[in-house]
Design a protein around this ligand. Sequence first.
Ligand SMILES: *[C@@H]1O[C@H](CO)[C@@H](O)[C@H](O)[C@H]1NC(C)=O
Length: 272
Amino acid sequence: HMLDEPPEGFPEPLNPTNFKEELSKGLHIIDFYSPYCPHCKHLAPVWMETWEEFKEESKTLNITFSQVNCIESADLCGDENIEYFPEIRLYNPSGYIKSFTETPRTKESLIAFARRESMDPNNLDTDLDSAKSESQYLEGFDFLELIAGKATRPHLVSFWPTKDMKNSDDSLEFKNCDKCHEFQRTWKIISRQLAVDDINTGHVNCESNPTICEELGFGDLVKITNHRADREPKVALVLPNKTSNNLFDYPNGYSAKSDGYVDFARRTFTNS
Ligand SMILES: *[C@@H]1O[C@H](CO)[C@@H](O)[C@H](O)[C@H]1NC(C)=O
């Protein structure tokens, strides 16, 4: 059955006054919505049922389903860079981690997401939140030097649809790239893990380096060609001390998890 009315105990939306304090209590999956958007209205009963079904497990797993009404709390949604409604996001006490982008949005998929994320130790690693990315800002010239074989260490390089990202932790707006914000955190994890192996990381702004990105086949990061928000950062490894066959695209699809990228960099370097 579908709920029309909020179930007993269903919480009020979070607001600017209690948002930070509530976040400090654990992980939260937050539905940023407008009461007027059709997709939000469609989600509302699903959200209430999800909350109801999950409320006991919520306490054991320390992850809570919450909401923010972006019409009542417009400044809060602005500060959080909410770009569309409804946007469902995972937060830890330090802030945004990633978005939930699966469709259709069902009770089952939301609960599966909550269970999965509650088990990921990176999500409550507050040392990580205060740590900085090790990734170096690469101008087009720097990247061309790498592929010309001038580097002495391997470099795992990420490519982004922006011209403004000096530090890969910078808080920015990315156009038509739902995955970009979450991948900033992933990229920080990757950069810190690879630093231990003496593998450097760097990032390239594709809007400032259209030729490089187009030649690599990352033309979609240079300009917006459709209305969809499905652009994703790309990753490639450059091996040192070689002038040809030294560039390897990350062969698996996009992931918000660091492991695949870290393994790829280590393995490709070791095998060379
Ligand atoms: C839930 O997580 C928060 C934030 O990390 C922590 O302070 C709190 O002790 C946790 N609560 C439980 C019941 O595990």
